[in-house]
Design a protein around this ligand. Structure first.
Ligand SMILES: *Cc1c(COP(=O)(O)O)cnc(C)c1O
Length: 361
Protein backbone atom coordinates (compact mmCIF):
# COMPACT_ATOMS: atom_id res chain seq x y z
CA UNK A 1 0.00 0.00 0.00
CA UNK A 2 1.24 3.49 -0.86
CA UNK A 3 2.02 5.78 2.07
CA UNK A 4 0.17 9.12 2.43
CA UNK A 5 1.36 11.65 -0.10
CA UNK A 6 1.70 15.39 0.54
CA UNK A 7 0.18 17.86 -1.91
CA UNK A 8 2.43 18.77 -4.87
CA UNK A 9 3.15 22.35 -3.70
CA UNK A 10 4.26 21.12 -0.30
CA UNK A 11 6.71 18.70 -1.89
CA UNK A 12 8.32 21.65 -3.70
CA UNK A 13 9.08 23.57 -0.51
CA UNK A 14 12.73 24.07 0.35
CA UNK A 15 12.56 24.13 4.16
CA UNK A 16 13.47 27.38 5.92
CA UNK A 17 17.19 27.48 6.53
CA UNK A 18 17.82 28.20 10.20
CA UNK A 19 20.55 25.66 10.64
CA UNK A 20 22.63 27.68 13.07
CA UNK A 21 19.74 28.15 15.46
CA UNK A 22 20.80 26.51 18.70
CA UNK A 23 24.46 26.89 17.83
CA UNK A 24 24.75 29.47 20.59
CA UNK A 25 26.20 28.79 23.97
CA UNK A 26 28.96 30.04 26.19
CA UNK A 27 31.44 32.39 24.52
CA UNK A 28 29.69 32.26 21.21
CA UNK A 29 28.85 35.37 19.27
CA UNK A 30 25.56 34.62 17.55
CA UNK A 31 24.99 37.03 14.67
CA UNK A 32 23.06 34.64 12.44
CA UNK A 33 19.38 35.53 12.90
CA UNK A 34 19.18 39.34 13.08
CA UNK A 35 18.06 39.13 16.69
CA UNK A 36 18.61 42.16 18.89
CA UNK A 37 22.07 42.19 20.41
CA UNK A 38 20.85 44.27 23.30
CA UNK A 39 18.21 41.95 24.69
CA UNK A 40 14.66 42.81 25.69
CA UNK A 41 13.48 45.58 27.97
CA UNK A 42 13.48 44.71 31.69
CA UNK A 43 9.83 45.66 31.67
CA UNK A 44 9.15 42.90 29.13
CA UNK A 45 11.03 40.33 31.20
CA UNK A 46 9.15 41.29 34.34
CA UNK A 47 5.78 41.20 32.59
CA UNK A 48 6.64 37.80 31.16
CA UNK A 49 7.50 36.39 34.59
CA UNK A 50 4.44 37.88 36.24
CA UNK A 51 2.19 36.26 33.64
CA UNK A 52 3.23 32.76 34.71
CA UNK A 53 0.40 32.76 37.26
CA UNK A 54 -2.05 32.74 34.37
CA UNK A 55 -0.49 29.74 32.63
CA UNK A 56 -3.50 27.50 33.18
CA UNK A 57 -5.83 29.95 31.40
CA UNK A 58 -6.28 30.34 27.68
CA UNK A 59 -4.95 33.67 26.43
CA UNK A 60 -7.19 36.34 24.94
CA UNK A 61 -8.70 34.83 21.81
CA UNK A 62 -7.55 37.72 19.61
CA UNK A 63 -4.71 39.41 21.56
CA UNK A 64 -7.04 42.33 22.14
CA UNK A 65 -4.96 44.13 24.75
CA UNK A 66 -1.81 43.92 22.64
CA UNK A 67 -3.73 45.22 19.61
CA UNK A 68 -4.98 48.09 21.72
CA UNK A 69 -1.45 48.90 22.90
CA UNK A 70 -0.24 48.88 19.28
CA UNK A 71 -3.13 51.10 18.22
CA UNK A 72 -2.34 53.59 20.98
CA UNK A 73 1.38 53.57 20.32
CA UNK A 74 1.17 54.04 16.54
CA UNK A 75 -2.08 56.01 16.31
CA UNK A 76 -3.89 53.20 14.46
CA UNK A 77 -7.44 51.81 14.51
CA UNK A 78 -7.54 48.72 16.75
CA UNK A 79 -9.99 46.86 14.50
CA UNK A 80 -7.53 47.13 11.62
CA UNK A 81 -4.76 45.28 13.51
CA UNK A 82 -4.25 41.51 13.75
CA UNK A 83 -1.58 39.76 15.81
CA UNK A 84 0.18 36.57 14.83
CA UNK A 85 2.45 33.88 16.19
CA UNK A 86 5.34 35.78 14.65
CA UNK A 87 4.80 37.76 11.49
CA UNK A 88 5.62 34.49 9.73
CA UNK A 89 2.15 33.27 10.70
CA UNK A 90 0.59 36.36 9.17
CA UNK A 91 2.48 35.75 5.93
CA UNK A 92 1.08 32.19 5.99
CA UNK A 93 -2.45 33.42 6.67
CA UNK A 94 -2.26 35.99 3.88
CA UNK A 95 -1.22 33.26 1.45
CA UNK A 96 -3.90 30.91 2.77
CA UNK A 97 -6.68 33.48 2.44
CA UNK A 98 -5.70 35.04 -0.88
CA UNK A 99 -3.83 32.47 -2.99
CA UNK A 100 -4.32 28.88 -4.05
CA UNK A 101 -3.64 26.40 -6.85
CA UNK A 102 -3.34 28.16 -10.21
CA UNK A 103 -2.51 31.50 -8.59
CA UNK A 104 0.83 33.28 -8.46
CA UNK A 105 2.54 35.49 -5.90
CA UNK A 106 5.40 37.80 -6.77
CA UNK A 107 8.41 38.54 -4.60
CA UNK A 108 11.83 40.00 -5.32
CA UNK A 109 14.72 37.80 -6.37
CA UNK A 110 16.61 37.92 -3.07
CA UNK A 111 13.50 38.42 -0.94
CA UNK A 112 12.72 36.78 2.39
CA UNK A 113 12.28 33.01 1.88
CA UNK A 114 9.06 32.80 3.87
CA UNK A 115 7.23 34.19 0.80
CA UNK A 116 7.92 31.25 -1.53
CA UNK A 117 7.45 28.82 1.38
CA UNK A 118 4.01 30.24 2.29
CA UNK A 119 3.05 30.41 -1.39
CA UNK A 120 3.92 26.79 -2.14
CA UNK A 121 2.26 25.71 1.08
CA UNK A 122 -1.12 26.78 -0.32
CA UNK A 123 -0.44 25.28 -3.75
CA UNK A 124 0.23 28.58 -5.53
CA UNK A 125 3.33 29.44 -7.54
CA UNK A 126 5.93 31.98 -6.37
CA UNK A 127 7.42 34.18 -9.10
CA UNK A 128 10.74 35.93 -8.40
CA UNK A 129 11.17 39.40 -9.93
CA UNK A 130 14.77 40.28 -10.81
CA UNK A 131 16.47 42.88 -8.64
CA UNK A 132 18.77 45.72 -9.65
CA UNK A 133 21.89 46.25 -7.53
CA UNK A 134 20.53 43.83 -4.89
CA UNK A 135 17.47 46.07 -4.48
CA UNK A 136 13.84 45.34 -5.32
CA UNK A 137 13.04 46.73 -8.78
CA UNK A 138 9.55 48.20 -9.12
CA UNK A 139 9.43 47.83 -12.90
CA UNK A 140 10.62 44.21 -12.74
CA UNK A 141 7.93 43.42 -10.14
CA UNK A 142 5.24 45.09 -12.25
CA UNK A 143 6.43 43.13 -15.30
CA UNK A 144 5.64 39.89 -13.40
CA UNK A 145 2.01 40.83 -12.75
CA UNK A 146 -0.60 38.98 -14.79
CA UNK A 147 -4.19 37.79 -14.33
CA UNK A 148 -3.00 34.95 -12.07
CA UNK A 149 -1.18 37.27 -9.63
CA UNK A 150 -2.86 37.48 -6.22
CA UNK A 151 -0.17 38.86 -3.88
CA UNK A 152 3.05 40.87 -4.11
CA UNK A 153 5.30 40.32 -1.09
CA UNK A 154 7.95 42.97 -0.43
CA UNK A 155 10.24 43.06 2.58
CA UNK A 156 11.16 46.68 3.11
CA UNK A 157 13.96 46.83 4.10
CA UNK A 158 14.72 43.41 2.70
CA UNK A 159 16.40 40.57 4.53
CA UNK A 160 19.11 39.54 3.68
CA UNK A 161 20.20 42.35 1.31
CA UNK A 162 19.49 45.22 3.76
CA UNK A 163 18.29 47.52 0.97
CA UNK A 164 14.96 49.35 0.86
CA UNK A 165 12.59 51.25 -1.41
CA UNK A 166 11.75 54.84 -0.48
CA UNK A 167 8.20 56.07 -0.12
CA UNK A 168 7.98 57.39 -3.70
CA UNK A 169 9.01 54.01 -5.15
CA UNK A 170 6.53 52.18 -2.89
CA UNK A 171 3.77 54.44 -4.13
CA UNK A 172 4.83 53.89 -7.73
CA UNK A 173 4.70 50.13 -7.12
CA UNK A 174 1.23 50.40 -5.60
CA UNK A 175 -0.01 52.65 -8.40
CA UNK A 176 1.09 50.09 -10.99
CA UNK A 177 -0.77 47.17 -9.39
CA UNK A 178 -4.32 46.17 -10.29
CA UNK A 179 -6.76 46.83 -7.41
CA UNK A 180 -7.34 43.13 -6.88
CA UNK A 181 -3.69 42.33 -6.20
CA UNK A 182 -2.73 42.44 -2.53
CA UNK A 183 0.51 44.28 -1.69
CA UNK A 184 2.13 42.96 1.50
CA UNK A 185 4.78 45.30 2.92
CA UNK A 186 6.87 43.39 5.44
CA UNK A 187 8.49 46.03 7.64
CA UNK A 188 10.17 43.70 10.15
CA UNK A 189 13.13 46.09 10.48
CA UNK A 190 11.18 49.36 10.34
CA UNK A 191 12.27 50.54 13.78
CA UNK A 192 15.93 50.46 12.78
CA UNK A 193 15.59 52.57 9.65
CA UNK A 194 16.66 56.17 10.02
CA UNK A 195 16.57 57.13 6.30
CA UNK A 196 14.28 60.18 5.85
CA UNK A 197 12.50 58.85 2.73
CA UNK A 198 11.54 55.57 4.42
CA UNK A 199 7.95 54.74 5.32
CA UNK A 200 7.02 51.32 6.67
CA UNK A 201 3.73 51.41 4.78
CA UNK A 202 1.31 52.77 7.39
CA UNK A 203 -0.06 55.45 5.06
CA UNK A 204 -0.58 53.08 2.11
CA UNK A 205 -2.20 50.48 4.35
CA UNK A 206 -4.52 53.15 5.75
CA UNK A 207 -5.44 54.90 2.51
CA UNK A 208 -5.83 52.04 0.07
CA UNK A 209 -7.91 48.87 -0.10
CA UNK A 210 -5.17 46.43 -1.08
CA UNK A 211 -2.13 47.06 1.11
CA UNK A 212 -1.22 45.23 4.34
CA UNK A 213 1.83 46.10 6.47
CA UNK A 214 3.37 43.41 8.68
CA UNK A 215 5.62 44.06 11.68
CA UNK A 216 7.34 42.00 14.34
CA UNK A 217 8.51 41.98 17.96
CA UNK A 218 11.35 39.61 17.02
CA UNK A 219 13.86 42.24 15.94
CA UNK A 220 14.28 45.59 17.72
CA UNK A 221 12.02 44.53 20.60
CA UNK A 222 14.17 41.43 21.11
CA UNK A 223 11.29 39.02 21.77
CA UNK A 224 12.03 36.50 19.00
CA UNK A 225 11.37 33.46 21.18
CA UNK A 226 7.90 34.70 22.14
CA UNK A 227 6.77 34.74 18.49
CA UNK A 228 4.78 37.95 18.14
CA UNK A 229 3.98 39.67 14.87
CA UNK A 230 1.24 42.03 13.81
CA UNK A 231 -0.33 43.40 10.68
CA UNK A 232 -2.24 46.57 9.85
CA UNK A 233 -4.50 46.92 6.84
CA UNK A 234 -7.99 47.55 5.47
CA UNK A 235 -10.70 46.33 7.79
CA UNK A 236 -12.08 43.90 5.18
CA UNK A 237 -8.71 42.19 4.85
CA UNK A 238 -8.13 41.99 8.61
CA UNK A 239 -11.58 40.41 8.96
CA UNK A 240 -10.70 37.82 6.35
CA UNK A 241 -7.43 37.01 8.11
CA UNK A 242 -9.32 36.62 11.37
CA UNK A 243 -11.36 33.82 9.79
CA UNK A 244 -8.27 31.71 9.12
CA UNK A 245 -6.32 32.80 12.21
CA UNK A 246 -6.15 30.05 14.81
CA UNK A 247 -7.84 31.21 18.02
CA UNK A 248 -5.50 31.98 20.94
CA UNK A 249 -2.55 32.31 18.53
CA UNK A 250 -0.61 34.70 20.79
CA UNK A 251 0.13 33.43 24.29
CA UNK A 252 -0.52 35.37 27.51
CA UNK A 253 3.20 35.81 28.34
CA UNK A 254 3.80 37.07 24.79
CA UNK A 255 0.94 39.56 25.03
CA UNK A 256 2.18 40.80 28.42
CA UNK A 257 5.81 41.12 27.32
CA UNK A 258 4.81 42.76 24.04
CA UNK A 259 2.76 45.45 25.76
CA UNK A 260 5.56 46.10 28.24
CA UNK A 261 8.17 46.28 25.46
CA UNK A 262 6.07 48.86 23.59
CA UNK A 263 6.01 51.05 26.68
CA UNK A 264 9.81 51.23 26.98
CA UNK A 265 10.69 53.84 24.37
CA UNK A 266 14.03 54.52 25.98
CA UNK A 267 15.13 50.92 25.53
CA UNK A 268 13.98 50.87 21.90
CA UNK A 269 15.74 54.16 21.11
CA UNK A 270 18.93 52.91 22.68
CA UNK A 271 18.85 49.77 20.53
CA UNK A 272 18.23 51.90 17.42
CA UNK A 273 20.99 54.38 18.29
CA UNK A 274 23.55 51.69 19.03
CA UNK A 275 22.77 50.00 15.74
CA UNK A 276 23.05 53.33 13.89
CA UNK A 277 26.49 53.73 15.45
CA UNK A 278 27.88 50.20 15.10
CA UNK A 279 26.53 49.47 11.60
CA UNK A 280 28.60 52.13 9.72
CA UNK A 281 31.66 51.49 11.89
CA UNK A 282 31.55 47.71 11.29
CA UNK A 283 30.89 48.29 7.58
CA UNK A 284 33.92 50.56 7.19
CA UNK A 285 36.18 48.12 9.06
CA UNK A 286 35.14 45.29 6.77
CA UNK A 287 35.64 47.43 3.69
CA UNK A 288 39.14 48.33 4.88
CA UNK A 289 39.95 44.62 4.58
CA UNK A 290 39.01 44.71 0.91
CA UNK A 291 35.67 42.94 1.34
CA UNK A 292 32.52 44.47 -0.15
CA UNK A 293 29.55 45.15 2.12
CA UNK A 294 26.11 45.77 0.66
CA UNK A 295 24.72 49.03 2.08
CA UNK A 296 22.12 48.16 4.73
CA UNK A 297 19.54 50.13 6.70
CA UNK A 298 18.69 47.19 8.97
CA UNK A 299 20.54 45.53 11.87
CA UNK A 300 22.54 43.24 9.60
CA UNK A 301 24.82 43.31 6.56
CA UNK A 302 25.85 40.89 3.87
CA UNK A 303 29.56 40.63 3.16
CA UNK A 304 30.93 39.56 -0.22
CA UNK A 305 33.66 36.93 -0.32
CA UNK A 306 34.19 36.75 -4.07
CA UNK A 307 33.03 33.22 -4.71
CA UNK A 308 30.96 30.50 -3.09
CA UNK A 309 33.93 28.48 -1.86
CA UNK A 310 35.45 31.46 -0.08
CA UNK A 311 32.10 32.40 1.47
CA UNK A 312 31.78 28.88 2.86
CA UNK A 313 35.40 28.97 4.06
CA UNK A 314 34.78 32.30 5.83
CA UNK A 315 31.60 30.96 7.42
CA UNK A 316 33.48 27.92 8.76
CA UNK A 317 36.52 29.91 9.84
CA UNK A 318 34.30 32.25 11.87
CA UNK A 319 32.22 29.36 13.25
CA UNK A 320 35.34 27.62 14.53
CA UNK A 321 36.26 30.85 16.33
CA UNK A 322 32.88 31.06 18.01
CA UNK A 323 31.23 33.50 15.59
CA UNK A 324 27.96 32.15 14.18
CA UNK A 325 26.92 33.83 10.92
CA UNK A 326 24.48 32.86 8.16
CA UNK A 327 25.15 31.62 4.65
CA UNK A 328 22.61 33.07 2.24
CA UNK A 329 23.02 30.77 -0.76
CA UNK A 330 19.35 29.85 -0.36
CA UNK A 331 18.54 33.49 -1.17
CA UNK A 332 20.47 33.30 -4.44
CA UNK A 333 23.50 34.92 -2.81
CA UNK A 334 26.09 32.10 -2.63
CA UNK A 335 29.08 34.46 -2.50
CA UNK A 336 27.81 36.39 0.50
CA UNK A 337 27.58 35.80 4.26
CA UNK A 338 25.05 37.63 6.43
CA UNK A 339 26.05 39.06 9.80
CA UNK A 340 23.73 40.73 12.28
CA UNK A 341 24.97 43.83 14.07
CA UNK A 342 25.78 42.94 17.66
CA UNK A 343 27.34 44.97 20.44
CA UNK A 344 30.48 46.92 19.63
CA UNK A 345 32.83 44.62 21.58
CA UNK A 346 31.32 41.54 19.93
CA UNK A 347 31.69 43.13 16.52
CA UNK A 348 35.31 43.98 17.32
CA UNK A 349 35.87 40.24 17.87
CA UNK A 350 34.16 39.54 14.54
CA UNK A 351 36.44 42.08 12.84
CA UNK A 352 39.52 40.46 14.40
CA UNK A 353 38.39 37.01 13.27
CA UNK A 354 37.69 38.28 9.75
CA UNK A 355 41.13 39.93 9.61
CA UNK A 356 42.67 36.61 10.52
CA UNK A 357 40.63 34.95 7.77
CA UNK A 358 41.61 37.53 5.14
CA UNK A 359 45.26 37.31 6.22
CA UNK A 360 45.20 33.52 5.96
CA UNK A 361 43.47 33.26 2.56
C1 LIG B 1 12.89 38.32 10.87
C2 LIG B 1 11.92 38.65 9.81
C3 LIG B 1 10.55 38.56 10.05
C4 LIG B 1 10.06 38.26 11.43
O1 LIG B 1 9.50 37.05 11.54
P1 LIG B 1 8.76 36.66 12.91
O2 LIG B 1 7.95 35.51 12.48
O3 LIG B 1 7.92 37.84 13.30
O4 LIG B 1 9.80 36.36 13.91
C5 LIG B 1 9.68 38.89 9.04
N1 LIG B 1 10.11 39.30 7.84
C6 LIG B 1 11.43 39.44 7.58
C7 LIG B 1 11.86 39.95 6.28
C8 LIG B 1 12.36 39.08 8.55
O5 LIG B 1 13.67 39.18 8.29
Amino acid sequence: MAPPKARPGVLQITPYDGSEVGAGGANRIVISSNESAFGPSWRAMEAYSASSEEMHRYPEIDARSLRQALADKHGLEVERIICGCGSDQLIDLLALAYAGPGDETVYSEHGFTMYPIATRGVGATPVAALETALTADVDAILDCINERTRIVFLANPNNPTGTYLGDAELRRLHAGLPDDVLLVLDAAYAEYVVAPDYDPGVALARETSNVVMTRTFSKIYALASLRIGWAYGPREIIEILDRVRPPFNVSTPAIAAGIAALSDDEHTSRARDLNAEVLPWFTSKIEEMGLAVNPSVGNFVIVHFGDEGRAEAAYRFLFERGVVTRRVAGYGLPEWVRMSIGKRDEMQDVIDALRAFVGAT
